[in-house]
Design a protein around this ligand. Structure first.
Ligand code: FNR
Length: 189
C-alpha cells in the first residue's frame, strides 16, 4: 500500500506543545498509511502582499510553499488562542494562499484537530481554520470532529506520545478517518 505524504501544520511553536505531541501521535498510529512532515512555521515572516512577485520575497516562503505543494494532504493541529487560531498559523495559511492564483492549498484534502487543557477543546480555533479552508477549496474531513479537551502533560507517556485511555482511542479514530479521507479524495482526482 502506498503511503500518503502529509504536511502537518502545528499552530504552536512551543517545544513541549500538546498539539505537537498529538500530531506526532497521529503519525505514529497511522505510519503504514501516512508519511508525515511537520512543516516549520516559525521562520515565516509576517505576510505582506508587496512580497508577491518581488525579489524581496522571503526564502522561507518558497520552502514552505514547496513542502505544502508536495503533500497529498494537510493536517492542521492547533491550540486555541483567545478563542481563535494562533497568529502563526493564520500567517502560514496566508503565505500559502498567494500569489493570487497560485495557492498551494487548492484541492488538498485536510483535517483539523484542536487540543486544549480547557473543556471546549479549541472549538473556536478549529472552526476558524475550517472557515479559511473552505475559502481555499480544501475538502475538509467532517467526522469525527476533533475538539480535544482536558489534554495535559499527563495525557502522554515518556515517549511524548498519547498514553492508553479514552483520548488515545478518540485520536486513533480521527487518524484512521483522516487516512481514509485522503485515500478517498485521491481516488476521486
Ligand atoms: C491560551 N490558551 C487557551 N486555551 C483555550 O482553550 N482557549 C483559549 O482561548 C486560550 N487562549 C490562550 C491564549 C494564549 C495567548 C495562550 C498562550 C494560551 C491556553 C492554551 O490552550 C494552552 O496554553 C495550550 O497548552 C497551548 O497549546 P500547546 O502550545 O501546548 O500546543
Amino acid at each position: 500500500m502506498s503511503r500518503h505524504k502529509i504536511a502537518i501544520l502545528v499552530g504552536s511553536l512551543r517545544k513541549d506543545s500538546i498539539n505537537r505531541k498529538i500530531a506526532r501521535s497521529i503519525c505514529a498510529m497511522e505510519k503504514e498509511r501516512l508519511d508525515c512532515l511537520i512543516v516549520e512555521l516559525g521562520d515565516l515572516p509576517l505576510y505582506n502582499q508587496e512580497y508577491d512577485g518581488s525579489l524581496d520575497e522571503p526564502e522561507s516562503y518558497r520552502r514552505f510553499r514547496d513542502e505544502i505543494a508536495a503533500a497529498d494532504g494537510v493536517l492542521f493541529v492547533t491550540p486555541e488562542y483567545n478563542r481563535g487560531m494562533p497568529g502563526v498559523l493564520k500567517n502560514a495559511i496566508d503565505v500559502g494562499s498567494r500569489p493570487y492564483g497560485h495557492s498551494v492549498w487548492n484541492r488538498k484534502p485536510a483535517a483539523i484537530v484542536s487540543a486544549s487543557p480547557g473543556g471546549i477543546g479549541g472549538f473556536g480555533a478549529n472552526h476558524q481554520v475550517r472557515q479559511s479552508a473552505v475559502f481555499l477549496n480544501m475538502p475538509v474531513m467532517q467526522h469525527p470532529e476533533a475538539y480535544l479537551g482536558r489534554v495535559g502533560d499527563d495525557s502522554f507517556g515518556k515517549d511524548g506520545l498519547l498514553a492508553d485511555g479514552p483520548l488515545k482511542d478518540l485520536v486513533r479514530s480521527i487518524a484512521e478517518a483522516f487516512a481514509d479521507w485522503v485515500t478517498l479524495i485521491e481516488k476521486s482526482k
